[in-house]
Design a protein around this ligand. Sequence first.
Ligand SMILES: *[C@@H]1O[C@H](CO)[C@@H](O)[C@H](O)[C@H]1NC(C)=O
Ligand SMILES: *[C@@H]1O[C@H](CO)[C@@H](O)[C@H](O)[C@H]1NC(C)=O
Length: 384
Amino acid sequence: MFFKNFAPVFTLALTSTLLFVGSTTGQSCGRADVFTRSDDELILAQFSELLDNNPVIFDGPVSVSEAPTQTTRTTPLTIEDLEYYTYFSASMYCPTSLKTLSCCYCGEFNATVTDFQIFENELYGTKALVTLHSSKSEIVVSFRGTVTFMNFIMDFTLLPTGVSNGGIQVHLGFFLSLMSVYNPVVKQVGMYLARNPGSRIVVNGHSLGGAMASLFVYFMTSLNQFPFTNYALVTSGQPRAGNVAYADYMNFLNIPMNRVVARADIVAHLFPVSVPLLFGEYYVHHGQEVWINGEEINFCSKRVYEDPNCSNSLGPVYSVLDHLQYFDADLTVCYLVEGWLEIDLVTVEGFTPTNFLPPMPTVMRGILVGLVQGGYQGLLPVLG
Ligand SMILES: *[C@@H]1O[C@H](CO)[C@@H](O)[C@H](O)[C@H]1NC(C)=O
Ligand SMILES: *[C@@H]1O[C@H](CO)[C@@H](O)[C@H](O)[C@H]1NC(C)=O
């Protein structure tokens, strides 16, 4: 029952593909009209059967939304900032043109890039981009969202894992995904910081990339990786990444932290708080939601974990399609144009997660290996 409810997300890759077919006509560079869903009817007609079969994600009531947080966030980002950083997140889906920062969304920020570096972990299918903008005293760290088979496996490796002595727990799959690129990314950021002392570090990502961005800020700050450094966190369509203790930690950081949610984006409501997770943990959002609902832009309450008057108000039925467009960026087009042939299910063959797991308790490790391998076996027919 639990997993049946997530069937729409398993079909996300498929939907994206077909969405692309139905949505590119008349658009250049993967751009959609701002805040419109002119293609919705066409798409919905094409996929009504698919959606009819899997329409409901139940995600309420969000009782934790009433709990106050200790937020001291004072420096807001503007909607223009949020749009600007979302282009980084969108660019991450362009496998080929990203290599030269010449993707269509790259045009929004590449003029100020002094240096950049891309990091990939092929096993985990993860990718990060670090760009240095000397004249702006800024380093931008971007993480790519779900596109590979391993990303799907990790998305659903939803056990909580402890990351501190203080009861802070995070989604294990997101944690592993971040860890798969963490060291080289931190090293690169350190090198850029040395070249441009005092630069602000802005971390961003869409979907899984948003969760990785959140965890990246968590580790950078909690490990005090670069003392006296300013951060900002911008995510779009981010799933819940950690438990209440994690959200409290994040909200207590005095940094701009915005979570953009488009309309009824289903991924912003994963994994449902109403579903009891293993070990009695549940996941909850942190940071300030910025809800884009049609023409309306809503900077939501900072005094609750999740504002019931923002995207949560559209529940319990959420939309897969709303996950795929943020501002005027179509998050599926670039990958499908450049990357379709790069979707490499073959790399999963002979894949042995056991060799790549970080140190963790034996029981956790056993469960994870079973889950990953079981999921791998069980999912293949879905995608294949
Ligand atoms: C920036 O991106 C645009 C595409 O939007 C591309 O035409 C241009 O060559 C890129 N410029 C640099 C400096 O990479
Ligand atoms: C949501 O809206 C209701 C009615 O306008 C209001 O009373 C309540 O305080 C709002 N909740 C938050 C968290 O802003």
